[in-house]
Ligand binder design. Structure first.
Ligand code: C2E
Ligand code: MG
Ligand code: MG
Length: 630
């Protein structure tokens, strides 16, 4: 009798593997299913192998023992051979190179030896040339068994060679796990050759599969917090592998366009949960021919199902799709990643975009190379401050101005702040850029006698990230001293995204700057969700009504909204600036509404420093000045 200890241990190992797959929900998807098939086949093999030892020993055997032994041996040999094929396909699946199996040659290679093995086993029932079990001699090997062994070795050797070839497709530990199945099985076979009494082969395979389970099948590495979608690392990983394969494929970028609205609707508590569901989904489709439009309805349905909880609260998800054909549209890894980040800033409203169209957009170059552009803005002299005069209704002159950053890049030309400011926020360069802007404005103020030109205040935009810098007040104080600036001549514009970060450093910074003599205004009022209570939480002196409200001011609802906004703001003693006034009609209407200041192209576009000074000299001489459209 052989040493059955290892086979007996292999069985609980396989059961544990299968149970783990079940509880960790690793049962969906082709790769997982192949693994489960492999574990099931190996489990049956181990049982058959073990059982055989009891059935064919000791001789002589009864008729029932001969039949059962033959069935068990047949099952063992059939499944053992087939499991090597399944494992080979599994390797192709894990390395995402399954497409290589689509050729006739590889299909023949995969299935032909296996068919020969099955054929040999079936004909064995008549010829007994693979193995035979007799009552007197028990189990005896036949000459054709060598063919079965040879086939197993071919699969195992090819699989090992392919694993080595695929080294670059997988991170170290995953690759080790993948190849360990072969290494351990070879070791098992070797031990069994030297010591035929030790049935270690199935046990060594079980250990290999356990490695795979521990090191490869780790969805937590690639799933988001709710386990809904594979995460960013998984996307990058898959993208790299797919690019390396050199074949044609498509990427569909699906974006929840109203993510910000959804977030604000869900309120603070649920925001955290929401962040775990990325607002952008990336799907990599192996089939370059598939028509993406056919995917949209099922995808919309899936999202709706997954977000059911939110949907029940009345939250609607608007999705937009962008299609990238690789390598036709884009073929470089970085370029694809950058495109995914920036496409939302290029698009015009549509349900499906094609990358090919967006790439032709003027802003494509600047957006996808924004870090390089921002670096130049911070380290070289490509940043310039423009100033847009703000009209004071009460005195009839230009008493303040907004400083607006302009970037004239040597490679990409003029880049709009609507593009580079949000991009600088995204890539974490806004703080450095912000100090450059502050320095440029302070330096201009130091060189120009603005009071003599009738200007009492310059407005500077501050982004949230800047306000979250612990050292902001200190840095501003240094600049203030360096350029001898009177803080009362500076007003900082902040946006209501600030409200989401209130508390701690933000509060402290605003109060410190306020105590230093700086004032604050709330920019773009009317595009977000500020309510009056939140406004009162900040030391705000001025509210800037956004252009969108002005655009609507001659519609029935729009008129009511702007009138009531003005009344409400006046009620809590805020000064009001109306932004984006382009026509005389709008300017007159703002005056009648008893706003305090008007800013817009009707009076002047943002001007380079020298032109701004000329403008003031010309228009601020007498009050009220005669100004028209410039
Ligand atoms: P914002 O702070 O709301 O600035 C007003 C924007 O409206 C400016 O766009 C200005 O040129 C534009 N504008 C003014 N009047 C009119 C008008 O009558 N019609 C139209 N259509 N537009 C008008 P700009 O300069 O392109 O800046 C866009 C945004 O970029 C700014 O919006 C601000 O959020 C940001 N930004 C600009 N410069 C800076 C800066 O130095 N620092 C920071 N943090 N953000 C800045
Ligand atoms: Mg502003
Ligand atoms: Mg604004």
């Amino acid at each position: 009798m052989k040493n059955i200890f290892f086979d007996a241990c292999a069985i609980p190992f396989y059961l544990l593997t299968l149970w783990t797959c079940h509880v960790r929900k690793l049962t969906k998807g082709r790769t997982n299913r192949l693994f489960i098939a492999l574990a099931c086949m190996s489990l049956i093999c181990a049982i058959a192998d073990l059982w055989m030892e009891f059935v064919v020993n000791p001789v002589p055997l009864s008729r029932e023992q001969v039949i059962l032994g033959t069935v068990l041996s047949f099952t063992y040999k059939l499944l053992r051979n087939s499991s090597l094929v399944v494992y080979l396909i599994y390797i192709f699946s894990v390395t995402r190179t399954e497409y290589r199996l689509n050729t006739l040659g590889s299909q023949l290679f995969i299935w032909l030896p296996s068919a020969v093995a099955v054929g040999a086993l079936v004909q064995n029932f008549f010829t007994h040339n693979v193995f035979v079990i007799t009552a007197e001699a028990g189990y005896t090997r036949g000459p054709v068994l060598m063919i079965l062994y040879a086939i197993s070795y071919i699969y195992a050797l090819v699989g090992t060679a392919y694993c080595i070839y695929c080294r670059r497709y997988l991170v170290g530990s995953k690759w080790v796990a993948l190849i360990s199945v072969y290494v351990l099985t070879f070791a098992g076979v070797l031990i069994q050759m030297v010591k035929p009494h030790y049935l270690v082969e199935m046990f060594s395979t079980a250990v290999g599969l356990m490695f795979i389970l521990l090191l490869i099948m780790r969805p937590e590495e690639t799933l988001d917090g709710q386990g809904l979608v594979r995460d960013w690392n998984a996307y990058q990983d898959t993208l790299k592998r797919t690019l390396r394969s050199g074949r044609h494929f498509q990427i569909v970028v699906v974006e929840i366009v109203n993510a910000a609205e959804i977030r604000s609707y869900l309120g603070d508590k649920q925001v955290d949960q929401f962040f775990e569901i990325p607002g952008t989904f990336y799907l990599i489709l192996d089939d370059a021919q598939i028509d993406v439009k056919t995917l949209i309805p099922p995808f919309n349905r899936t999202i709706a199902e997954r977000m059911e909880d939110y949907a029940r609260q009345g939250v609607r998800f608007n999705l937009e799709y962008c299609l990238i054909k690789c390598p036709d549209d884009l073929k470089d890894f970085r370029e694809i990643i950058n495109f995914g980040h920036s496409f939302r800033y290029l698009r015009k409203p549509a349900e499906v975009y094609e990358a090919a169209d967006l790439i032709r957009e003027r802003n494509y170059g600047p957006l996808t190379n924004i870090k390089e552009i921002l670096n130049r803005a911070i380290t070289e002299d490509t940043l310039e401050m423009y100033f847009q005069p703000i009209y004071d209704i009460r005195t009839g002159g230009f008493r303040s101005a907004e400083a607006l950053a302009r970037l004239n890049d040597p490679v990409y030309g003029m880049v709009s702040p609507a593009l580079f400011i949000p991009a600088a926020e995204r890539v974490g360069m806004i703080v450095a850029l912000g100090y450059r802007i502050l320095e440029a404005v302070f330096s201009f103020m130091a060189q120009t006698d603005l009071s003599a030109l009738g200007i009492s205040r310059v407005e500077i935009n501050l982004s949230v990230a800047q306000c979250l810098q612990r050292e902001l007040p200190e840095r501003i104080r240094e600049l203030q001293e360096k350029y001898r600036i009177d803080p009362r001549q500076v007003n900082f514009e902040v946006t209501e995204t600030l409200f989401d970060n209130l508390g701690g450093i933000m509060d402290k910074n605003l109060r410190t700057l306020s105590d230093m003599g700086y004032t604050f205004s709330l920019d773009d009022y009317g595009v977000g969700y500020s309510n009056i209570q939140r406004l009162r939480a900040l030391p705000l002196d001025i509210i800037k009504i956004d252009k969108s409200m002005v655009d609507d001011m001659f519609t029935m609802d729009g008129e009511v909204i702007i009138e009531n906004t003005v009344r409400m703001m006046k009620g809590i003693r805020k000064e009001l600036v109306v932004e984006g006034v382009e026509t005389e009609k709008e300017a007159k209407a703002c005056e009648e509404l008893s706003c305090d200041y008007i800013q817009g192209f009707y009076y002047s576009r943002p001007l380079p420093a020298a032109e701004f000074v000329r403008f003031l000299r010309e228009h601020n001489k007498a009050a009220p000045p005669e100004v028209g459209k410039t």
